[in-house]
Design a protein around this ligand. Structure first.
Ligand SMILES: Cc1cc2nc3c(=O)[nH]c(=O)nc-3n(C[C@H](O)[C@H](O)[C@H](O)COP(=O)(O)OP(=O)(O)OC[C@H]3O[C@@H](n4cnc5c(N)ncnc54)[C@H](O)[C@@H]3O)c2cc1C
Length: 446
């Protein structure tokens, strides 16, 4: 695995100072090894040490903490589980959707508590979330989702009509929306590094630039080979999300897909006035292949989403996609013609994890010594810090309300091997894109 200049991987990583942790030096024996230093890996380390201060825990991160999706994302702490409320409902039924959304409401609240309890310096703003309809068809779609939310007892959301939305954010294309004030925005690279800080403070060891090259069962132990030494552990947590197909035992549980983002230059006061947005909420549209928008802490407009990239086999080299970058810039200026002179100064992308049945999956990989956590489906800012609690319970053999959740230890559907995997993922993406196309067939803003 090549050691990379992580700063090129996102606007957040490029613009935030960071001092790296040293890599592993020599062999090491621990109780629990965690592969991957994103939100999930650091949160799991923190929670394990909190529950069992005597446990020896090491996080092994191939590059630096936050190199993966955790240091590249939009920073929306939100309640979406899987693709969307209606897709989860269609695929998994009402009872499971109810339980999943209760978990996600708790995940958003839990992140809020963590931020306050540990004074996490991550530019946290509880500024709410607005899902906007950009066509009449999406108006009907969002209203149906609101009806479904009410039916499953998912409260704290309301309908904003066109006037209310346009008073708040000045785009002629926005026809109404789902308003959810509980949601928040974070600086994701700061958040993941702050999770590392609290894991370290609890006593977890963190090794950066320490890629796990191979994993083997050796007697009762799991042995992880790195370029600098071997780690032997009683338990291993693969907190590798979109990279998880590269490891034995969990190869077929997920595939990676790529989403892309752009950031403008900082807007002037006059430009911000022209778009409104005084509440500084996160905004998404109502597509399956969503577009998402947010103000940055330093006054830029960030936007991501639209076409999603699909990879082949073990290739993870899809972080840049000029066609999607052009799409994002054009779309941004379609929504906000008042910003047509604004320059885009950062472009980046990153992988998220997709399970075959489009919802997160956590559990033991047949062998209780091996634990996995996959399937964020692009929504992991609140989910993964919270899943760290589940991972800790599993690693410590604790049976709790969290480990009883239906998406924990369920019989996961396995993705087929290549080239069938590519064909199937292409079909899923085409289905989602066709539905979006149909809802936009008469053009935006109508
Ligand atoms: C562009 C983008 C925008 C997004 N926007 C949002 C958003 O606004 N809101 C939201 O909720 N979600 C969003 N997501 C999803 C969210 O970022 C992820 O769900 C979340 O960060 C996943 O965290 P994680 O810890 O599971 O995985 P990651 O952060 O991906 O961490 C996995 C880690 O494993 C490491 N690793 C891989 N292989 C090895 C190895 N061999 N040895 C050691 N380490 C290894 C990687 O380097 C990586 O650091 C977005 C994702 C992307 C890509």
């Amino acid at each position: 695995m090549v050691l990379e200049d992580y700063r090129s991987k996102s606007f957040w990583l490029a613009t935030t100072e960071y001092t790296e942790e040293p890599h592993l030096e020599g062999d090491l024996t621990v109780d629990i090894a965690i592969v991957g230093g994103g939100f999930a890996g650091n949160s799991a380390a923190y929670h394990i040490k909190k529950l069992d201060p005597g446990a020896e825990v090491a996080v092994l991160e191939a590059q630096v903490v936050g190199y993966g999706a955790s240091g590249r994302n939009g920073g929306f702490s939100m309640t979406v589980f899987g693709v969307s409320l209606s897709v989860t409902h269609m695929l998994h039924g009402e009872e499971k959707t109810r339980e999943a959304y209760a978990y996600m409401v708790d995940a958003v609240e839990y992140l809020d508590r963590l931020v306050r309890e540990h004074n996490l310096q991550c530019d946290y703003e509880r500024s709410g979330f607005l899902r906007v309809a950009t066509t009449e068809s999406y108006v009907r779609h969002i209203q149906k989702e609101l009806d479904l939310a009410e039916r499953i007892g998912f409260t704290g959301v309301e309908w904003w009509d066109r006037g209310r939305v346009q008073d708040e954010v000045h785009s002629e294309v926005f026809l109404g929306g789902w308003w959810e004030p509980r949601c928040a925005l974070v600086h994701p690279a700061k958040l993941v590094r702050e999770l590392k800080r609290i894991a370290k403070e609890q006593g977890a060891r963190i090794y950066e630039r320490t890629p796990v090259l191979s994993v083997n069962k050796v007697g009762k132990k799991i042995e992880l080979q790195t370029p600098y030494g071997r780690v032997q552990a009683d338990r291993v947590i693969f907190a590798t999300n979109a990279w998880s197909h590269l490891f034995p035992w969990i190869r077929r549980r997920q595939i990676p897909a790529w989403t892309y983002m752009v950031a403008t230059d900082p807007l002037t006061d006059a430009q911000w006035e022209a778009v409104g947005w005084s509440k500084r909420m996160g905004i998404e549209d109502a597509r399956n292949l969503i577009h998402y928008f947010r103000p940055s802490p330093d006054g830029r407009l960030l936007m991501g989403g639209g076409p999603v990239g699909i990879g082949f086999g073990g290739n993870m080299n899809y972080d840049r996609n000029p066609k999607v970058f052009r799409h994002l810039e054009t779309f941004l200026k379609t929504l906000f013609p008042q910003l047509r002179e604004v320059r885009v100064s950062y472009q980046w992308g990153g992988p998220f994890s997709v399970t075959l049945d489009m919802v997160p999956a956590v559990g033991y990989a047949k062998d209780p010594r091996v634990i996995y956590n996959v399937g964020c489906i692009g929504h992991g800012v609140s989910l993964m810090p919270s899943n760290g609690r589940i991972l800790a319970d599993l690693a410590l053999d604790r049976k709790t309300g969290l480990t009883d959740l239906w998406f924990v230890n369920r019989k996961g559907l396995a993705w087929p091997p290549e080239p069938l995997r590519l064909l199937l993922s292409w079909k899923v993406r085409t289905y989602l894109a066709l539905e979006d196309f149909w809802r936009e067939r008469k053009g935006l803003g109508r």
